[in-house]
Write a protein that binds this ligand. Structure first.
Ligand code: SF4
Ligand code: SF4
Length: 194
């Protein structure tokens, strides 16, 4: 129950004769317009003109990174799915066919329409497998089209790896520039990330 002393009554502001003509407000508005007339223009004619993005910090469409052997780097630990505040990541993990990890994602979907591009998923990932790219021009004809699956996310890595190299491949523990010694387990033909 709200007490009477907690209620604040606000009176209508008293307007002078000039205020009632709205002239001061119009003059103030015009002052702002003229001030900006001679400043450097910030508007660009998108999409013909595009601004240079700060690729290292911009948070656009996701990608799933590949490791040095071209395989999906994700180890299906579910950390990103757990950290995501918008509940837009859905992963199905399975036993990995490779000797250097236990699991990999057989399904990895991100709903780009639900995403708020907060970057929590890439912060949570222990193996630098999920990243947000500088790609912001995202359109789709249907909601289904905007759910990016594993293949689409890997394709996004292939498209953006030159403009935004993978952050820190060394944290994955994989040797840089050399294959991982195999211990008898073969990569299936046409397998994930192939
Ligand atoms: S950027 Fe944020 S909201 Fe989008 S998938 Fe990652 S954690 Fe979820
Ligand atoms: S992308 Fe990273 S955090 Fe998400 S499941 Fe894969 S390894 Fe874990």
């Amino acid at each position: 129950m709200i007490k009477d002393e907690d209620i604040i009554l606000i009176d209508d502001p008293r307007l002078t004769s000039a205020d009632k003509l709205y002239l001061p407000q119009v003059v103030m508005g015009l002052k702002t317009t003229f001030r900006h007339l001679f400043k450097k223009k910030l508007t660009v004619q998108y999409p013909e003109q595009r601004r240079a993005m700060r690729t290292e910090t911009y948070r656009g469409v996701h990608r799933l990174n590949r490791d040095e052997q071209g395989r999906v780097a994700c180890v299906a630990c579910f950390m990103c799915q757990t950290a995501c505040p918008a509940n837009c990541i859905h992963i199905v993990g399975a036993e990995a066919p490779w000797p250097d990890r236990e699991k990999y994602p057989v399904k990895f979907d991100i709903d780009e329409l639900r995403c708020i591009y907060c970057g929590m998923c890439e912060e949570a990932c222990p193996v630098d497998a999920i990243e947000l790219t500088p790609e912001y021009s995202l359109v789709g004809g249907s909601r289904e089209e905007m759910i990016f699956d594993r293949e689409k996310l890997l394709e996004m890595f292939d498209r953006t790896r030159d403009i935004k190299p993978r952050k820190n491949p060394r944290i994955t523990g994989y040797p840089v520039g050399g294959p991982i010694p195999r211990t008898g387990v073969q990569t299936p033909t046409g397998g994930p990330g192939a």
